[in-house]
Design a protein around this ligand. Structure first.
Ligand SMILES: C[S@@+](CC[C@H](N)C(=O)[O-])C[C@H]1O[C@@H](n2cnc3c(N)ncnc32)[C@H](O)[C@@H]1O
Length: 474
């Protein structure tokens, strides 16, 4: 007879009841508006698709609806800088924190466009194949790490190395950045891999010994065709007179726009350094609690940028916990707050976390399911616990640095493990309320998403809320 487990949902139900009047389906927030899809017509966004990003229109929607004049805006999980640049276009002073060098490189490229010598760039591009063919060897090259080894066909790798060598010889740093970016943006297309969230999926044609059902990613572009296509796209966008393009905003507004400020690092460490009551608006989307591994998904881009195994391994542990590999950061956070002479803050935040009844319920339900072997990985309870613990610190800091009356908008998905829904929206909102935000709305996107395919077989498809929270500092 199958074992019957008693799972309590009492505390989560209570929290749902507490916030039920704040939950509201918002038909203006279509999936398209919230996701990166809506950016596909905008230059630079269409040069490199950062699927984890949200849309520029989403940022503009919230800034227009909830502010009367520009001020200071922050995104502590800045990605490729959507909040920062959309804010900048609307006259805001933008600040961002981002840990993954991929986002930082896209932001750097975007800044390099500002004031680029377009004629010189076009000239380099026109002669690029002549210059590359002249090189019979290379002195700058890709250093693979175990998860990227053999990712490219041999002739592609040779061209990539020559291309890197050519780029590093360029004196004009802006042109160098843009040209380096062009190949960076096509790495997936010229490789045997496909980004797949938790890891890279490998095509059967690669040299690797692969197990399981062979995967065919379709046509793999040659370096030449992929690079030519990307360079043409960049040149055409740079020379076109697009009314909504970012170039107009740079060029026609001259220096009226404030430059964006990006801090490379972890927001767990960087937020505590920021001043109290400094920001008028925060618009952000942290990693979701869904086992998505940014360091594996973007492994090709990371090695292309020159990062090694050690760096990528450390980076994985520094990222906000959302994979089963993440170890807990509690000691690190404790030491961090001691080192900045705010040990009281550490205790306060930890107390709020420990006193969340819904959080405790989720943690014990997951432990129970784990004991019964109902989770497909033993570390899921640890991941969930640490995900919320770290976001509890982030939420505290966001409340501290937001001005009274200012807003925090957060995009995040609920998740489900072992058939148990984890109300990310409600738990984080309760933390936020404890730290000084009013929970104005928890907007639900018109259509939620189904469960992950692994879980659907066992539990059937359930709708899981995908939300945008609107919190206002008291
Ligand atoms: C959902 S994405 C945000 C994308 C962003 N809204 C955009 O439009 O590009 C979450 C981001 O958080 C970053 N991240 C993860 N852990 C971080 C940390 N500890 N500090 C700062 N950024 C972090 C990831 O690299 C990723 O770019």
């Amino acid at each position: 007879m199958e074992e019957v487990t008693f799972i309590s949902t009492l505390k989560r139900d209570k929290l749902l009841e507490k916030y039920s009047r704040r939950l509201e389906t918002n038909n203006s927030l279509s999936r398209k508006l919230v996701s990166f899809q809506a950016n596909k017509e905008i230059p630079i966004y269409r040069w490199f698709k950062y699927k984890e990003g949200f849309s520029s229109s989403l940022v503009k929607y919230f800034l227009s609806e909830y502010s009367s004049k520009p001020g200071k805006i922050l995104d502590p999980f800045a990605g490729v800088g959507t909040t920062l640049f959309a804010g900048q276009e609307m006259g805001w002073q933008s600040y961002g924190i981002e840990l993954l060098p991929v986002g930082a490189f896209v932001i750097q490229t975007r800044e390099a466009i500002n004031g680029i010598d377009k004629e010189a760039l076009s000239k380099y591009i026109k002669n690029i194949w002549i210059d590359l063919n002249k090189l019979d060897t290379y002195n700058t090259h890709i250093n693979h790490i175990s998860i990227t080894k053999d990712a490219f066909p041999d002739d592609t790798e040779l061209f990539l190395n020559k291309y890197l060598t050519f780029c590093s010889s360029l004196k004009d740093k802006k042109i160098q950045t843009i040209l380096r970016f062009a190949a960076f943006a096509v790495l997936e297309g010229i490789s045997y891999t496909r980004k797949d969230g938790q890891y890279l999926r490998w095509d059967y044609r690669s040299k690797r010994e692969l197990s399981g059902k062979p995967f065919n990613k379709g046509r793999i572009l040659t370096f030449k065709e992929a690079l030519n296509h990307k360079l043409n796209q960049i040149v055409s966008d740079l020379s076109a007179n697009k009314t909504h393009s970012l170039f107009d905003s740079f060029e026609s507004n001259g220096h009226k726009n404030f430059p964006v400020n990006i801090i490379h690092g972890s927001c767990l460490e960087e937020l505590p350094k920021l001043e109290d009551n400094y920001f008028d608006f925060i618009i952000t989307s942290p990693p979701y609690c869904n086992r998505y591994d940014y360091t594996r998904t973007y492994a090709l881009e990371l090695i292309y940028l020159g990062y090694d195994h050690e760096f990528v391994r450390n980076l994985r542990q520094t990222m906000l916990s959302c994979t089963v590999e993440n170890k807990e950061k509690i000691d690190y956070l404790n030491q961090l707050y001691v080192s900045i002479q705010r040990p009281g803050t550490f205790e306060k935040v930890l107390n709020i976390y420990n006193n969340s009844a819904a959080m405790s319920e989720v943690n014990s339900v997951l432990d129970e399911l784990n004991k019964l072997g109902k989770l497909n990985n033993n570390n899921i309870p640890r991941m969930v616990k640490n995900y919320f613990l770290e976001l509890c610190f982030v939420t505290f800091e966001m409340a501290r640095i937001t001005k009274s009356g200012g807003y925090c908008v957060m995009v995040n998905d609920n998740v489900s493990y072992g058939g148990e829904e984890i109300p990310v929206d409600l738990i984080l909102s309760e933390f936020a309320e404890n730290f000084g935000f009013n929970i104005n709305k928890i907007f639900i996107l018109p259509k939620g998403k189904g469960n992950s395919s692994q879980q659907m077989g066992n539990y059937g498809r359930t709708e899981i809320r995908k939300c945008v929270y609107l919190w206002q500092k008291r």
